[in-house]
Ligand binder design. Structure first.
Ligand code: ADP
Ligand code: MG
Length: 550
């Protein structure tokens, strides 16, 4: 492909300039050409490994229920507090090409699975660390890559072997809730993990097609508003609009609402500045006023005639019109943005009406219930449009003390929603707390003997790399990593129980089945696949052209 067009060359192109010669032919100038340091062969691999490990080290302390949170500040000063691997890497300003691969790795896990974005990077970092040792012992990088590939397949298959089918039905969703709770337990919001997990599961089930095992997460809107408590977060079977009824005396609740959605002004036409109106007598003024009033009255009547019980307008109307609407018992919402109008129209099956003359009964949107909800003692009000005719779309409405908290809750819920979706697609689970990794490590270690060549060193190294996850979990929980890991590992072997993991929360048992710590099988498999892929890729790079330090 053409490197100039190909986006995957973007990183390299950043250091290059494209120029044209006198015949208009493009050529590339390497900037600062004499200052380039060029790493080749083993030096390149070692530098790359160091870069990858550096990124993984940052995330390592964030893994698990006792993982630390990070504060990140963007160049324009916005502050993010998060525990989510993908978010941390996304916001970090890395300019090393290999570090960028690790960012990409976390992003792929996020894209395909949604959860496990920290673990996948920690795993890759650990694979790199083990690879470094092998390279120092003189084993060729390609051999290491091949051994890792073999080992990853063993681990992948072993996961299937230790996985359990987790049954659920639309009425018995406890297993879904438990798995979402495991995801949320490692987040800042873990205080409310039960209620948030229930909300996530209900939301996913509301939009899921259980027969086709399909979930369209686009139908789940996640909104937030500063104020209230995290506990006030709720699931709404419909959509919400950050507006209120235009008059405080209008009804707060409309059942079986028929909604006129207007993008035309809902008031008498204003005299244009170009026209001249001569009002020199009281009579003339009163006639004009009367005409205006009649005009607006006709508009209200028109709405009523087509059967509308609620008007939602893009534009505002003045106090007088507002008063009249209240009197004629036609509730209205004004100043609703275009995007929201569209959303309302889609959900309620209505049509946006750009000209008053076009209003017809068929164009009205329908909703089972429209209500205005006030929050606490504040003046904050929202309009809830529920049980819409045309849509199963639901909204998760997050409350919280500040914007950062709400943003982090959004990210955490994203993980939980993805996990619930993944379980509906494939209801296999493995146990968490590092138990699956320990079990895989044992299996890979055992398989190493089968390989006669140099690969067996790499296969063993892969087994050691898997131990990094339980070790990080233990370390982050304040436990002795090596002692804890070896105790749990020997317990797994002795009891032939693949559910033994790290008791991060000091519950008193290592058995992750008893602790209800679950992860999805496909999520764990994907972590192993993606981490191996990226490490193999890094091992195969033996030539790095980069600008030297200035
Ligand atoms: P990721 O971004 O990779 O999902 P997390 O910070 O969410 O990272 O941590 C996930 C890890 O924490 C998984 O290995 C999971 O099994 C483990 N974990 C979650 N909850 C518990 C718990 N209660 N006890 C032990 N381990 C847990
Ligand atoms: Mg997680």
């Amino acid at each position: 492909s053409d490197p100039v067009e190909d986006p995957s060359f973007g990183g390299i192109l950043g250091e290059m300039a494209l120029a044209f010669d006198e015949f208009g032919r493009p050529f590339i100038i390497l900037r600062e050409q004499d200052q380039k340091t060029r790493l080749r062969g083993l030096d390149a691999q070692k530098a790359n490994i160091a870069a990858g490990k550096a990124v993984a080290r940052i995330l390592r302390t964030s893994l698990g229920p006792k993982g630390m949170d990070k504060i990140l500040q963007s160049p324009d000063g916005e502050v993010t507090i998060t525990n989510d691997g993908a978010t941390i890497l996304e916001q970090m300003d890395v300019d090393n090409q290999i570090a960028k691969l690790m960012v990409e790795l976390s992003r792929s896990q996020d894209y395909e699975i949604g959860d496990g974005t920290t673990g996948v990077v920690v795993m890759a970092g650990s694979l790199l660390e083990q690879a470094q040792k092998l390279l120092e012992r003189g084993i060729h990088p390609i051999r290491v890559a091949e051994g890792y590939e073999l080992a990853s397949r063993v681990a992948f298959d072993h996961l299937e072997h230790i996985a359990h089918k987790y049954e659920f039905s639309a009425t018995d969703v406890e297993s879904l809730v438990q798995t979402c709770m495991t995801t949320l337990s490692s987040k800042i919001v873990n205080r409310c993990k039960r209620s948030l997990a229930e909300i996530a599961v209900k939301a996913v089930l509301a939009v899921a097609d259980l027969e086709r095992k399909d979930v369209n997460l686009d139908l789940i809107k996640v909104e937030g508003k500063v104020g209230g408590k995290l506990e006030d977060t709720e699931l709404i079977y419909g959509i919400i609009v950050d507006k209120d009824m235009s008059h405080p005396q209008m009804p707060k609740q409309i059942e079986d609402a028929k909604i006129a959605i207007l993008t035309c002004p809902f008031e008498p036409p204003k005299p244009k500045t170009k026209h001249k109106v001569d009002i020199d007598t009281v009579e003339k003024f009163q006639t004009l006023r009367g005409q205006e009033q009649k005009y607006f009255d006709d508009m209200v009547q028109k709405c009523k005639d087509v059967g509308a019980t609620l008007v939602i307008c893009q534009w505002g109307f003045d106090d007088e019109a507002n008063h009249l609407l209240m009197h004629r018992n036609l509730p209205a919402v004004r100043w609703v943005g275009g995007v929201e109008l569209e959303l309302i129209a889609i959900a309620t099956g209505g049509r946006i009406v750009p000209r008053f003359q076009e209003l017809t009964p068929e164009k009205l949107g329908k909703a089972g219930l429209v209500r205005e909800k006030a929050f606490g003692t504040t003046k904050d009000r929202m309009i809830y449009i529920e049980h819409c005719a045309n849509s199963r779309a639901v909204t998760i409405f997050i409350r919280g003390g500040n914007k950062m908290m709400i943003e982090e809750t959004k990210r955490s819920l994203h993980d939980a929603l993805c996990v619930a979706r993944n379980l509906i697609r494939n209801n296999s689970i493995v146990y968490g707390g590092g138990s699956a990794e320990i079990s895989c490590s044992i299996a890979v270690e055992a398989a190493a003997d089968k390989y006669p060549g140099v690969e067996q060193y790499a296969v063993r190294a892969f087994a050691d790399a898997l131990d990094a996850i339980p070790m990080a979990l233990a370390e982050n929980s304040g436990l002795q990593p090596i002692e804890t890991l070896s105790a749990v590992k020997s317990q797994q072997i002795k009891e032939n129980n693949s559910c033994c993991g790290i008791d991060c929360n000091d519950v008193g048992t290592n058995d992750m089945r008893e602790q209800n710590v679950f992860e999805t099988l496909i999520g764990k498999q994907q972590q192993i696949l993606l981490a191996t892929q990226v490490v193999k890729m890094i091992l195969k790079i033996d030539d790095v052209i980069s600008p030297s330090e200035y």
